[in-house]
Ligand binder design. Structure first.
Ligand SMILES: Nc1nc2c(ncn2[C@@H]2O[C@H](COP(=O)(O)OP(=O)(O)OP(=O)(O)O)[C@@H](O)[C@H]2O)c(=O)[nH]1
Length: 351
């Protein structure tokens, strides 16, 4: 912190306190209460009592957080005030005053760094000088005080306004981020979903298989491949819309048997699959048998137009031999091939 050399002076302590001056009446008409520079009369008064000092460019007068009890008036030269990241800095020239809160409040923590931008002459006023001002011209000092207080109030209001705007911008940015994340999640979910049936699609299924394999959770699952029998003839005889409805019925059947941790998937065309968890071979055989039986019964129940078709099913238990999921997929596919070779409408297991 700079200490000014005393050049002029002549002041005396009075019993009147600085604080007592702060409640003096409101602003008068035409008075520029927010101005940051003294008018000519005020400056002349301050110059009578202020301690004059010279400071050089680059010199630091005080920094943020310093406790200060003096205010300054720029006689000539320039001072920069830096309020930190959130506020715009200020360059002060002739007759501008700063640091007044240090004087008015006493032991106030400075809210800015004050640096000499160009060689300058300053007037420094401490408590004694200020009381001398009060003695010499209380009316002019009251006018100055009103302005100083209004400046603080206006700065506070501007700060609150800026913070409010900043808060609003942050809120908007957060809302945008939330909605973008939500859209990305939705898009990601859509890329894993089959449009016609709402089941997981092949991509989603493979990603899930890979993840369970990476986490060592695949062993013990049952992999079930399902293929519609003579589906092409449904399309040919009744049209694609009927074919679509049959595919949706197959999807509903698989969805109905899938538990929370199982995956029902449409691989594409009339091929589906199920990944079941937590069943031994016997329990899994009951599930695959139930699927085949249900499809057969539904096919017989509604055959014109058809709402279901019989199914060929190939299944295997995923073992712990350390094979990749593609190996088990090929095993289930072999079983499915055998089911097809037998004319469909049956379940084959790969041993
Ligand atoms: N309606 C409809 N048909 C589809 C869709 N995707 C594929 N298909 C048709 O499904 C038919 C599948 O025929 P194939 O692979 O010969 O199977 P299939 O007729 O069931 O013969 P098998 O499996 O030997 O019993 C093809 O005619 C495809 O055009 C779809 O989304 N909707």
């Amino acid at each position: 912190m700079v200490s000014c050399a005393l050049v002029g002076g002549g002041w005396s302590r009075t019993g009147e306190s600085v604080a007592a001056l702060a409640h003096i009446v409101g602003a008068r008409e035409g008075e520029d209460i927010g101005a940051s520079a003294l008018n000519a009369d005020e400056y002349a008064l301050f110059a009578q009592v202020g301690r004059a000092c010279r400071v050089e460019a680059g010199q630091r007068l005080f920094q943020r957080g310093d406790s200060g009890t003096a205010m300054y008036v720029v006689a000539n030269g320039a001072i920069d005030l830096d309020f930190g990241d959130d506020l715009v800095g200020k360059r002060l020239g002739s007759r501008a005053f700063f640091g007044e809160l240090g004087l008015l409040i006493g032991d106030h923590a400075r809210s800015a760094d004050a640096t000499v931008a160009e060689d300058a002459e300053l007037l420094e006023l401490g408590r004694d000088e200020f009381e001398a001002l009060a003695q010499r011209d209380p009316h002019l000092l009251a006018q100055f005080l009103r302005r100083a207080i209004m400046r603080v109030v206006m700065n506070e209001q501007a700060l609150i306004g800026r913070l409010r705007r900043r808060n609003q911008q942050l809120q908007e940015a957060l809302d945008n981020l939330r909605s973008t994340t939500h859209q990305l999640d939705r898009t990601e979910a859509l890329t894993r979903t089959d449009e016609l049936t709402g089941l997981t699609n092949r991509r989603g299924f493979v990603l899930e298989l890979e993840q369970r394999q990476r986490e060592g959770r695949l062993t013990g699952h049952v992999l079930v491949l399902v293929d519609c029998d003579r589906f092409k003839s449904i399309n040919d005889t009744h049209g694609h819309l009927t074919g679509d409805r049959v595919l949706q019925s197959v999807a509903n059947l698989l969805r109905a048997v899938a538990g929370a941790d199982d995956i029902a998937c449409r691989l594409g065309g009339d091929e589906f699959c199920l990944l079941l968890r937590g069943h031994d071979r016997e329990a899994a055989a009951r599930i695959t048998g139930y699927i085949a039986d249900s499809a057969r019964m539904l096919e017989r129940m509604h055959n014109w137009p058809p709402q279901m078709t019989s199914l060929s099913i190939g299944a295997c238990m995923i073992g712990d031999e350390g094979n990749q999921w593609e190996y088990w997929y090929a095993q289930a596919d072999d079983a499915l091939y055998r089911a097809k070779r037998q004319g469909g409408d049956c379940v084959e297991w790969q041993v």
